[in-house]
Design a protein around this ligand. Structure first.
Ligand SMILES: Cc1cc2nc3c(=O)[nH]c(=O)nc-3n(C[C@H](O)[C@H](O)[C@H](O)COP(=O)(O)OP(=O)(O)OC[C@H]3O[C@@H](n4cnc5c(N)ncnc54)[C@H](O)[C@@H]3O)c2cc1C
Length: 209
C-alpha cells in the first residue's frame, strides 16, 4: 500500500496539485520534506506486515504504539509447538554495563548447552500445556506455562513515518539481535517500495522525520 507518490501527493495537495508519476522535482521534494522534518506527508504511505516471531520479540515490537496490531490468540486457538532456538553463532554473552553492553561469542560447548537447555524447557512446558488442555483447563489459563520463546504471529500496519522511527531504533547497533534481523527485513521492503524516501532517510542519518 506504500509508494513515494503518496508522500508527494500528500505534500502537493497544499497547492491543489496531484501527480500520477514521480519525476525529479518530486524526488527533490521528498528530500526537502525529510531534511526539514515536514513529516506528515510520510504518513500517507502505509505498510502491512504479517510477522511470525518469538513472544519476547513481539513484546519489544508492540512498544511501537504509533501503528496497529492484531495478534494470534492463545485464548481462542491452541498454541503450536513452535519455539525459538538460536543458531549456535547467535548464542552470546554480554559484557559491560547496562546501556553499553557488547555481545561476544561463546564457546561451542556453551552454545550447545544453551540450545539443549532451551529445547528441554520447551518440551517440558509444551507437555504440561497439552496435559492441562487435555484435562479441560481453559486455553487462556493453560498458556501460562509457555515460555516467551514460543512463536506468535501478528499483522502490523504502520505508516512510513512510524516505520522509519522503528527502523532507526530497531535496525541499529543497540537493538537486540533478533528484532534487528526482523527490522532489516522490514527495511528491505521499505527500500523496495519507497526507494526515494528510503534514500533520503539513510542520507539524513536514519532519523525519522
Ligand atoms: C535499544 C532499546 C532499548 C529499550 N529498552 C527499554 C526498556 O528497558 N524498558 C522499556 O520500557 N522500554 C524500552 N525500550 C522501548 C522504548 O522506550 C520505546 O517504547 C520503543 O522503542 C518505541 O519507541 P517510540 O515510543 O518512539 O515509538 P511509538 O510508540 O511508535 O511512538 C512514536 C513517536 O510518537 C511520539 N509519542 C508516542 N507516544 C507518546 C507519548 N505518550 N507521549 C509523547 N510522545 C509520544 C514520540 O515522539 C515517539 O517517538 C527500548 C527500546 C530500544 C530501541
Amino acid at each position: 500500500m506504500a509508494d513515494d507518490l503518496s508522500v508527494v501527493n500528500g505534500a502537493r495537495v497544499s497547492f491543489a496539485r496531484h501527480k500520477t508519476e514521480l519525476d525529479d522535482s518530486d524526488a527533490g521534494l521528498i528530500r526537502f520534506l525529510m531534511r526539514e522534518r515536514h513529516a506528515s506527508p510520510f504518513e500517507h504511505a502505509v505498510f502491512r506486515f504479517h510477522v511470525r516471531c518469538p513472544i519476547f520479540i513481539a513484546r519489544e515490537w508492540f512498544r511501537h504504539r504509533w501503528s496497529s496490531f492484531n495478534e494470534f490468540s492463545m485464548r481462542y486457538a491452541k498454541a503450536t509447538e513452535d519455539f525459538y532456538v538460536p543458531e549456535p553463532e547467535d548464542v552470546r554473552t554480554q559484557v559491560g554495563k547496562p546501556g553499553s553492553y557488547s555481545f561476544e561469542p561463546v564457546s561451542d560447548e556453551v552454545a550447545d548447552t544453551t540450545r539443549e537447555e532451551l529445547r528441554q524447557v520447551y518440551e517440558t512446558a509444551y507437555g504440561a500445556y497439552e496435559r492441562l488442555v487435555e484435562l479441560g483447563v481453559a486455553r487462556e489459563l493453560a498458556r501460562a506455562v509457555l515460555p516467551v520463546g514460543a512463536y506468535t504471529e501478528f499483522y502490523w500496519t504502520v505508516n512510513a513515518r512510524s516505520l522509519m522511527n522503528f527502523l532507526s531504533l530497531r535496525n541499529a547497533e543497540a537493538a537486540q539481535r533478533e528484532i534487528r534481523r526482523y527490522a532489516e527485513a522490514c527495511e528491505r521492503f521499505f527500500a523496495d517500495r519507497m526507494p526515494v524516501t528510503h534514500e533520503a532517510f539513510v542520507a539524513g542519518g536514519r532519523v525519522a522525520p
